[in-house]
Design a protein around this ligand. Structure first.
Ligand SMILES: [Zn+2]
Length: 213
C-alpha cells in the first residue's frame, strides 16, 4: 500500500512520513530530492530536467511522471512507498493514480491537518542554519545547529508574512481538491497535526498502521 502525504507547509507531514516509513519498512519518495538526484545523475532524463530548471521553468507533469515511473521500476512491486511533495494538483493526482494503477499499486492519502493560522505561526518562527541550511521548527530551542553548530537565523522569506500567506493560498487552491478527491473515494486518513509530534504519530499509527500489517 502506497501513501501520498498531504499537509500545509509547517504541518510536519515529512517528519511523520519518515516515521511511518521507518516503522513499516516503506520507501520515501521525496519529489524535490528526487529531482535534485536526477539532475546529478547525468542520465538522459536528468539532463532534460536540468535544462528545464536552468531555463527557470517548472518541471512539467509528464516529466515528473517519468521520474516516478523510473523510480517504480527500480523497486520491487511489493515495496510500499510514501510519496512526499506529489501530487500537488488535480492534474498530477490523475496522472499519478493512473500510473500507480498501471503498476498494480494501491494508494491512500494521509493528511496531516493544521489550520492556516497554525501554519503561519509555525512558519514565521522557523529558523535555518546559516551554515548547512538545516531547517529547525519553532519548538527547537537551541541557538546553534545540532549538526554543525552553525548559528540559526530566521529565514528571510519565512519571516515575510505575504510570501507565506501566498504559498498557503496556492496550496489550498491547488491541493484542497486533491484531498477532497481522496476523501470522496474513501481513501483518506486525516490526523490532527496540531498535537505534539508523538501524539500525531500515535494517531497516525492508530489510523494507518493496519494498511501495512
Ligand atoms: Zn548546520
Amino acid at each position: 500500500m502506497d501513501i501520498v502525504l498531504f499537509g500545509m507547509q509547517g504541518s510536519g507531514k515529512g517528519t511523520q512520513g519518515k516515521i511511518l516509513a521507518e516503522m513499516y519498512g516503506l520507501k520515501v519518495f521525496d519529489m524535490g530530492a528526487e529531482l535534485r538526484g536526477m539532475i546529478e545523475s547525468g542520465t538522459e532524463l536528468g539532463v532534460k530536467i536540468k535544462d528545464i530548471v536552468e531555463r527557470g521553468d517548472l518541471v512539467d507533469d509528464d516529466t515528473i511522471m517519468e521520474v516516478i515511473e523510473n523510480f517504480l521500476k527500480s523497486i520491487s512491486s511489493d515495496q510500499s512507498v510514501v510519496f512526499d511533495g506529489i501530487p500537488r494538483t488535480m492534474n498530477q493526482a490523475e496522472k499519478l493514480l493512473s500510473l500507480l494503477k498501471s503498476h498494480g499499486r494501491k494508494v491512500f492519502g494521509l493528511h496531516v491537518k493544521i489550520s492556516e493560522k497554525e501554519a503561519i505561526s509555525r512558519l514565521t518562527q522557523r529558523r535555518v542554519c546559516s551554515n548547512c541550511k538545516e531547517v529547525y521548527p519553532a519548538f527547537y530551542k537551541n541557538d546553534d545547529c545540532a549538526k554543525c553548530h552553525g548559528a540559526l537565523i530566521t529565514r528571510q522569506d519565512d519571516s515575510n508574512l505575504d510570501a507565506i500567506t501566498k504559498r498557503l493560498e496556492n496550496y489550498q487552491r491547488e491541493t484542497e481538491s486533491v484531498i477532497q478527491h481522496f476523501y470522496g473515494v474513501d481513501r483518506l486518513i486525516e490526523v490532527d497535526g496540531e498535537q505534539p509530534i508523538p501524539d500525531v504519530t500515535e494517531e497516525m499509527v492508530d489510523k494507518a498502521g493496519y494498511l501495512f500489517s
